[in-house]
Every structure is written in C-alpha cells, then in structure tokens.
Design a protein around this ligand. Structure first.
Ligand SMILES: *Cc1c(COP(=O)(O)O)cnc(C)c1O
Length: 222
C-alpha cells in the first residue's frame, strides 16, 4: 500500500532496527493521532498498526468509540493530562493511561475501575524539570507515589513517562528517568517523540509517542 504515513512509519522502524541489535528490544511505536481524523489513520490500521495516542478524552471518544468496537487489536493510549471528571469515560475507552500524576486521580481511577470491572495499564508521569506549570509528579516524590498507586490504589502501573522540558539537553533527562525506572523495577518506559525517539530508544524507552514524524504537521497548536 502506498501511503505517506506508512512510508514514514516504516522509515522510523528501519531506523530503530538498524540501531538495535536484538529484535525483541525494539520499542512499541504509539502513533499520536490527536487532531487527525480516523480516515487519515486507516492505511496504518489496515497495515496492522495497533497503538494510537490521543490527548483529549472528548476528541478520542468522537474518533474511536464506535470504530474500536470489534477491533480488540487496537490499543488506545491517553497521553494528555486527565481531569477527574473524565475518568469514567477514559476508562471505558482507553487501554493505557500515561499521565497518572496525583493521588486524587489514582483514587478516582481505582473507584471507576472497580465500578466498570475494567483494568488499564498505567504510566506515571514525572515532571523531571520541576517545571511549575507542567503536569507530572516531582522526581523526589515519585517513589512514594508509585508505591501508593500500586499498593493502595491497586493500579497496574507498568512504568514511568516523561515529556522532557523543551530546554536543551534531553539526554540528561532520559538518563535520569531510565535509572529511576529501573530502580523501581519497571520494564516499560514511555518516552521519546518525533524529534528525539532515537535517543529515547538508547535509554531503554519501550513506548515511543510519535505524531508529526508519521502523520505530518498538526494544524492547531496542541
Ligand atoms: C503530541 C504529543 C506527542 C507527539 O508529538 P510529536 O512531536 O508530534 O511526535 C507525544 N507525547 C505527548 C504527550 C504529546 O502530547
């Protein structure tokens, strides 16, 4: 099938394969489909790609709710910050949430998982740059929060997630979060975007969140 998004996707996979010796270490690619309509994603879906990322619950419902019925292979990832009043809908639709970062949210997720009899997989978002306006738990509070989410909220936490500050040196953040992730005994790590997925892969990312490098530039300022 000749489609630009598939060509770009294949190119990314080739880059990863060249850089990584063992095939079972190739990270999953989440195609970040925010702002793009489902029609744009059909070639990738038909070619067998299954991980997609969205950052707004309402948009994701509109795009995926009906489409996802009877397509158990498709895995949806919530990568944007999640308000507590949207948790019920998020649990109904998504398979993974990458933005777990506070206790109240963990409690609300727990309650809704029980009510809906559904378990998701979670990444805990860490605010490594200690940026005031950014989401994510602070680095120093991460260990306690991970423990809370697993032991008290009983959530299936599989790893950490970061969006590095857009300053300069992502490597420094990748290195630090990789170390913490391994200290915590996690095998999965959500990091790396269009501009830095190769570096993220070197630091053991297992879920790359890639949008524009596959689908092209987004129109709105998401
Ligand atoms: C939009 C977004 C991405 C993808 O960004 P690109 O630069 O287009 O690859 C990844 N992660 C999060 C959390 C995002 O919001």
């Amino acid at each position: 099938m000749d489609d630009e998004s598939i060509n770009k996707f294949n190119l990314i996979q080739d880059n990863l394969k060249k850089a990584i010796s063992s095939p079972n270490k190739i990270p999953n690619i989440i195609c970040v489909s925010k702002t793009f309509p489902i029609e744009k994603l059909l070639p990738l879906i038909k070619s067998g790609h299954c991980h997609f990322g969205e950052n707004k619950v309402q948009e994701a419902i509109h795009k995926w709710k009906d489409f996802k019925i009877n397509k158990p292979n498709i895995k949806l990832h919530m990568i944007g910050s999640l308000q507590r009043n949207k948790v019920k809908k998020a649990i109904e639709l998504f398979d993974y949430i990458h933005s777990l970062d506070n206790q109240k949210l963990a409690d609300t997720l727990k309650k809704n998982e029980i009510n809906l009899k559904k378990k998701l997989k979670y990444f805990i978002q860490v605010n490594l740059g200690n940026e005031a306006q950014k989401s994510g738990i602070l680095y120093d509070e991460t260990k306690d929060f991970v423990k809370y989410c697993i032991d008290e909220a009983r959530l299936d936490v599989i790893g950490l997630m970061i969006i590095p500050p857009n300053d300069t040196d992502n490597i420094k953040y990748f290195e630090k979060i990789d170390q913490l992730n391994r200290d915590l005994g996690f095998k999965d790590l959500s990091m790396g975007m269009s501009g830095d997925y190769m570096e993220a892969t070197k630091y053991n990312s297992t879920y790359l969140r890639i949008g524009s490098a596959i689908l092209g530039e987004r129109k709105s300022s998401y």
